[in-house]
Ligand binder design. Sequence first.
Ligand code: ZN
Length: 157
Amino acid sequence: MKLKLNGWDLNMVFSSCHFLAEHDKCSRLHGHNYGVHLTLEGDVAENGLVMDFVVLKRALNAVIDDLDHRVLLPGNSKVTKVVVEGDQVIADSGSKHYSFPVEDVVILDLDAISAEMLAYFILKRLIEKLDLPENVHAIGIGVDEGKGQGAWIWEKL
Ligand SMILES: [Zn+2]
């Protein structure tokens, strides 16, 4: 059986700022409201549940809270160099030079801050946080960059 949690309906959303290096339009600093969805595939256990919705929502909200109202920067980018210098985070991307207060920034272990990479990151963090029971066989995360377009990733367990 499949469980589905819709991020827009459940308010599993976050607002963040990013840019995509070397992209025509998206290389300019801008923001999105992201909606995060979750799917889970598994067998129904003796208690009648695949897994408790409350547990899933709590874990997912904890992951996305860390990203909310932050500037997200890629720590592994080959084109954007991100360094912490005292209380500032410096990001050099081609001819662009940004400086942000360190408390406003989250540096993610990713090549780029795209919906695809965010889905990968959120799924990885969520699996670390959740104690998934044996009846669960697969878990998926969808990240919408605004309503109507998003990236999905699944992992078989
Ligand atoms: Zn964007």
